[in-house]
Design a protein around this ligand. Structure first.
Ligand SMILES: [Ca+2]
Length: 211
């Protein structure tokens, strides 16, 4: 089963709106006609809600960080849990100047969950759009401290950039009943050279039950 969440992000001149809409795709059952006589298929159910379809990072001043967040609530009786994946909707960058899509806000290094992941601490000079799963307000079973840091302090919290293909950011390995939360933090700090204007973009969350 796949549930898709579409999240357009809009930045108003140094302000960002993240617009989110929920799109549920049809559930497809792995059943084939034929000679099966005694086997059965169990279809695990999953539900996915998000706290808001819009995230507004407000007016942004160069070299001053702005943050926003989303809370993703997922329930499944699947004993192997679920995974949350995310990607940006455009290939070159998450956020474009509305009047000129070739003018981008820089993304942090593209998230790669392999091994320990490649997220990094936000240094004072970093000027990017980045994200992380925040430990606070995230169910302990949904948080990976190797990927996102031992805690939420500035010296330990790790950030990455939205990838252009869906990559896993949460991997829960047990059932989630009732629903458990995962909080995604968005962080933006633009360079002094960033052209003034309204910026927008989108990201997509995908949630699947683990096999
Ligand atoms: Ca662009």
């Amino acid at each position: 089963m796949f549930l898709y969440l579409q999240i357009p992000i809009i930045i108003l001149l140094f302000s960002i709106l993240i617009l989110m809409g929920l799109i549920f795709s049809p559930i497809f059952l792995p059943v084939k006609a034929g000679d099966v006589t005694t086997s059965s298929v169990t279809v695990e159910e999953i539900s996915f809600t998000i706290d808001s379809n819009t995230v507004n990072l407000g007016s942004v001043t160069p070299a001053v960080s702005a943050t926003g967040s989303s809370i993703l609530s997922i329930a499944t009786s699947n004993i192997n849990g679920f995974s949350i994946k995310v990607k940006r909707n455009e290939s070159d960058a998450t956020l474009d100047l509305n009047d000129d899509s070739t003018i981008n806000i820089p993304d942090r290094t593209t998230w790669d969950p392999a091994g320990s992941g490649n997220a990094g601490v936000w240094e004072s000079g970093d000027r990017y759009l980045g994200f992380r799963v925040q430990q606070t307000d995230t169910d302990s079973g949904n948080y990976n401290s190797t990927w996102w840091g031992s805690d939420d302090s500035d010296s330990n919290a790790k950030f990455a950039g939205f990838p252009s293909t869906s990559q896993t950011i949460v991997n829960r390995t047990s059932s989630s009943t009732p629903a458990t939360d995962s909080k995604v933090l968005y962080k933006l700090n633009v360079p002094n050279s960033q052209p003034t204007g309204d910026y927008s973009g989108g990201i997509t969350y995908t949630v699947i039950v683990n096999p």
